[in-house]
Design a protein around this ligand. Sequence first.
Ligand SMILES: O=C(O)c1cc(=O)[nH]c(=O)n1[C@@H]1O[C@H](COP(=O)(O)O)[C@@H](O)[C@H]1O
Length: 236
Amino acid sequence: MSKRTKLIAAFDTNSRSQAEEWSSTLGNTVDAIKLGLEFTYACGLDAVREVSAGHKLFLDLKLHDIPNTVASGLSALAPLRPALTTIHACGGAEMISRSREALEKSFPDEAQRPRLLAVTVLTSMDDAGLRETGVDTTPREQVLRLGKLAIASGADGLVCSAHEIGLLRDALGDKPVLVVPGIRPAGSASNDQKRIMTPTQAAQAGADWIVVGRPITRAVNPALAAQDIMAELASA
Ligand SMILES: O=C(O)c1cc(=O)[nH]c(=O)n1[C@@H]1O[C@H](COP(=O)(O)O)[C@@H](O)[C@H]1O
């Protein structure tokens, strides 16, 4: 039997009290919580530690710099003990392999080591947006290219859209952890996301984790919105 796709709720806010409220009202409904750039820059690392206490943490800081700086940055974040953490795949092979080494050094116990995820092509990019950056190919081709590079260089998994899951599974098999944002329950606004799918579609495509922010956090009742998505995943 295949494993259920798990739900990460993205707590994108600059308010510590708001994040604390979500943590207590829906943190136990979802499988993990994501704290990213907005919350970390606004509230600091102590707040990340406190809001994520008792929950699985996806620390999404999308590091992208020279290999030494990214590896040292990851080592500095180790005390937060995230389950999952991100770097940008386009930082290249050495940046990715040095990141993996840094995490292995900080966590000699492999079971405790945060899973290193490489972000491929952001789900807010479509064909035109990607070409504007000088990458003269489609998001699918670029995701595949970066995905192969990242896994070969030591990433445990990838962040991609649900549209590329099949392609990545064909090329890389079942082992890489695929974490999929750009998820919109039927009828919800796409906002700035371009490559979107519903929770059911992403689960059926084979996502290990989906990431959902605004459809939960901006709902009239965020806890109920999270429960509805969990129910959708259970029946997908
Ligand atoms: O790394 C991510 O989590 C990420 C990668 C990506 O390609 N697209 C993407 O939306 N995300 C994150 O996933 C979350 C999606 O939020 P919503 O669009 O509100 O559901 C945000 O916190 C983004 O930072």
